[in-house]
Ligand binder design. Structure first.
Ligand code: GUN
Ligand code: ZN
Length: 447
């Protein structure tokens, strides 16, 4: 075989369907002893080791014994400038923004500072097994350049954009409709579809943008129909009331965005905790996506997202998980799944481990319209993946007495324990296009 081939032997878990709409057993692909073959960083083959070993006998195999390989985690909403103010005490959304977020984001005018934090941020994502994210930067174009340069160096598939805000923010953080339009346009031309990078037009939320700015964002979206729209929506009760005051002519919060032409299949709205039924229906009709951010919603006291409604069969809305750091309290999508489970419990709903891991992988890829390239191990997809240890701590070692499961039921139980108790300690290694991008301490290398 050509030198472009690689082989990985381990247990594998991915999703080939949506377990919210089909029986889980039909959606889960689990291979207890599998062989993953890559060609030039893309999936060439995946199957039982015994079935494939002869065909690929010439390829050097990297073996992860007693580990479980999943597609890389996808974080559909996170703020890189908020890395250093995670865990800020005492406030709910609007006060928290004024007191903690805005002063920190002011520091990102300094490109070298933005570069420093971008590096820490991306290291933290990889350490947690997250390989793709939809990312808020700051209002400064320098912060966008710093982020994309760091992502490009690491060969990551990342989506980001300049934050737009032209009111209700400190003057040092404010742009105008016209500068927002011009700077975004220049950044789209520079970064969108450069390698694995994609651009998202990013008005912060309706509170900090005038109607004129939202309309120009809509114009830009028409000019560049394959870029994304990324914003916040209906997170907190006081925020929803303020938006109603600021936009008296709109029928509701989502309608503010809709009137500006910002609601489409490449639109990703963070939170949606306070959405009304007609707004869920409109999101479904538009094929827009929601980023469900449970650690953030609990930390800021925003409320309990109605996942069951969003994923209803009658008018389904695409959903991915967002960590929403720094309102979110963990970079780990395992910890995000843990908190999502508890949000579901408080609503009398059930979130199984398979459903949660679907949201963290293929569900996220679908929410970000990246499922033609990412989200599972289908042939031809890009090989970003995470090597998990089901027994990374003494507690998980007793909870999960063996590292591999012999049935889907056993696997469901093991990975449930992992999502409740696990975090970055469970991430043995992270690969980007088949290349090792992160690994735990020496002494635990693959054999
Ligand atoms: N709404 C507007 N800006 C923000 C932000 O930075 N974080 C969160 N969680 N909500 C927002
Ligand atoms: Zn956010």
């Amino acid at each position: 075989y050509s030198s472009g081939y690689q082989a990985f032997r381990s247990a594998f878990l991915d999703f080939i369907g949506d377990p919210f709409y089909q029986p889980e057993a039909e959606c889960v692909r689990y291979i207890a002893d599998g062989l993953l073959i890559l060609e030039n960083g893309r999936v060439k083959d995946l199957g039982p080791y015994e079935a494939l070993k002869a065909q690929y006998a010439d390829v050097t195999v990297t073996t992860y014994t007693n580990k479980l390989i999943l597609p890389g985690f996808i974080d559909t909403h996170i703020h890189f400038p908020q890395t250093e103010m995670i865990a800020a005490y005492g406030e709910q959304l609007l006060e928290w923004l004024n007191q903690y977020v805005f002063p920190i984001e002011g520091k990102f005018q300094d490109k070298s500072y933005a570069q420093q934090i971008a590096a820490i941020f991306l290291d933290e994502l990889l350490k947690n097994g997250t390989t793709t994210a939809l990312v808020f930067t700051a209002v400064y174009p320098e912060s966008v350049d710093a982020f994309f340069e760091a992502a490009e160096q690491r060969n990551l598939c990342m989506i980001a954009g300049k934050v737009l805000m032209d009111r209700n923010a400190p003057s040092f953080l404010s742009d105008t409709p016209e500068t927002a339009y011009q700077e975004s346009k220049r950044l789209i031309q520079k970064w969108h579809k450069r390698g694995r990078l994609r651009y998202a037009i990013t008005p912060r939320f309706a509170v900090t943008s005038t109607e004129a700015q939202l309309r120009l964002a809509g114009t830009l979206l028409q000019e560049f129909p394959d870029v994304y729209l990324h914003t916040h929506l209906s997170e907190n009760v006081k925020e929803v009331e303020l938006v109603a005051q600021l936009f008296p002519e709109a029928a509701g919060y989502l309608d503010v965005y809709d009137r500006a032409g910002l609601v489409g299949e490449r639109s990703v709205f963070a939170h949606g905790v306070q959405l009304r039924e007609d707004e869920f229906q409109r999101l479904s009709e538009a094929r827009a996506a929601i980023a469900f951010c449970p650690t953030s919603n609990l930390f800021l006291g925003s409320g309990l997202f109605n996942l069951e409604r969003a994923k209803s069969a009658e008018s389904p809305v695409k959903v991915g998980f967002g960590t929403d750091v720094g309102a979110g309290t963990s970079f780990s999508l395992l910890q995000t799944a843990n908190e999502a489970y508890k949000v579901a419990q408080l609503r009398g709903q059930k979130l199984s481990a398979f459903k949660a891991l679907f949201l963290a992988t293929l569900g996220g890829a679908r929410a970000l319209m990246l499922d033609d390239r990412l989200g599972n191990f289908e042939v031809g997809k890009e090989a970003d993946f995470v090597v998990l240890d089901l027994r990374p701590t003494p507690l998980l070692a007793v909870r999960n007495p063996t590292a591999t499961a012999t049935s889907l039921e056993e696997l469901a139980d093991r990975v449930f324990a992992l999502m409740i108790l696990g975090d970055d300690r469970a991430v043995q290694a992270t690969y980007i296009l088949g290349n090792l991008a992160y690994t735990q301490a020496v002494g635990q290398q693959p054999v």
